[in-house]
Write a protein that binds this ligand. Structure first.
Ligand code: FMN
Length: 366
């Protein structure tokens, strides 16, 4: 198979298998409204097969960062409508990563007086708030009824996303945020139907996915997981427990017929990811995590060896709005600048040059 050949993920038709990974960039202000700059950023990258937006909060309580966009208010939805229109005008496809931050937040960020999680266990560390760095707070443990209300929040957010013109949603169940906190035995000490056994810890995520698929159609719903990623205190260090938990999860997802399963794992070709893929029985988007940026060779290899249907690429899409063209033609790449990943404004966001505009090319013509 060819990285540059089209592929369908459920109802999503991709022109190629290079997927823009979800990338938090914090340029949506206090109101969480993506503006013209954000629309420009995504439109510049419309030649990837699919854009997955940065993690977007479905309720005030689910907000994890100042500057993060939301999909709660009408203004936020209108902002996303302009983003989707700009991407579609360039022939691209875009789904929204719906992300409830869970305990990875602070009351000064949520503005609701609390943060929530499966259990009342704080992250050991500090969180950046508008008032500076503060210790992570002890979260409120959701009651079972509150957990079900949270499912409804995520459904309503997903409905707003597609009503605003997004092509679908990706449920964020990775990287230590709320859904992942239910999966990990380190963050979930519950004794009700949402805690304890692997199947119980997987239950909340299956309920979210089922409800979102029912609401907007499974063919435009993907989900992201990151087993054994071990960040933000969502530790998964017992391999057998990991396997049992994620098998329970994927067994619960399979009958839904979701558009794709996206897995962040250091060994996408290894037994765990490939076993989950077999059980999911649908398209896999692979990403090997943060250790080193995804390379062209790695992406080509994953697709040629049929280890995945598509590859999520993060940092090189930040730095190269025309990455697909560069990779297809074997051209050099711009280097990403981490200092501007979470900064404000256009620098490091909409000013990375394309091939035609790049100084290297200009000088090459002399
Ligand atoms: C600046 C930055 C922001 C990120 N934000 C998100 C996010 O909002 N949601 C998510 O699931 N992953 C997020 N990630 C992880 C990326 O999606 C991706 O998995 C990671 O960058 C590794 O891929 P790469 O080696 O191609 O960069 C982020 C990564 C970076 C560098």
């Amino acid at each position: 198979m060819d990285l540059f050949a089209p592929v369908s993920l459920g109802d999503l038709q991709l022109a190629n298998r290079v997927v823009m990974a979800p990338l938090t960039r914090l340029r949506s202000g206090d109101a969480g409204v993506p503006g013209a700059l954000v629309a420009d950023h995504y439109a510049q990258r419309a030649s990837v097969g699919l854009i997955i937006t940065e993690g977007t909060f479905p309720s005030a309580e689910g907000r994890a960062f100042p500057g993060q966009p939301g999909i709660v208010t009408d203004e936020q939805a209108e902002g996303w409508r302009r983003v989707a229109e700009a991407v579609h005008a360039r022939g691209g496809r875009i789904v929204m990563q719906v992300m409830h931050g869970g305990r990875v937040s602070h009351p000064d960020i949520t503005g609701t007086g609390r943060v929530v999680a499966p259990s009342a266990i704080a992250i050991d560390g500090e969180v950046r708030t508008p008032a500076g760095k503060q210790p992570f707070p002890v979260p409120h443990a959701l009651t079972a009824e509150e957990a079900r209300a949270t499912v409804r929040d995520i459904v309503a957010a997903s409905e707003r996303a597609v009503a605003a013109g997004l092509d679908g949603v990706e449920i964020h169940s990775a990287n230590g945020y709320l859904l992942h906190e239910f999966l990990s035995p380190a963050t979930n000490h519950r004794e009700d139907e949402y805690g304890g056994s692997p199947a119980n810890r997987a239950r909340f995520v299956v309920e979210v996915a089922t409800a979102v698929a029912d609401a907007i159609g499974a063919g435009r719903v993907g989900i992201r997981i990151s087993p054994e990623h071990n960040i933000q205190g969502a530790l998964e260090t017992d391999h057998l427990d990991v396997l049992a938990t994620y098998v329970a999860l994927v067994d619960g997802l399979r009958p839904l017929g979701l558009a794709y399963l996206s897995v962040l794992h250091s060994e996408p070709t290894g037994d765990l990811v490939q076993e989950l893929r077999r059980r999911f029985d649908g398209p896999l988007i692979a990403n090997s995590g943060f250790a080193t940026p995804t390379t062209r060779d790695e992406a080509v290899q994953l697709i040629e060896a049929s280890h995945a249907e598509a590859v999520a690429v993060g940092r090189l899409v930040i730095a190269n709005p025309d990455l697909v063209e560069r990779w297809a033609g074997g051209h050099p790449e711009n280097v990403p600048n981490p200092a501007t990943f979470y900064a404000a404004g256009a620098e490091g966001y909409t000013d990375y040059p394309t091939l035609v505009a790049s100084p290297a090319d200009a000088s090459g013509g002399r």
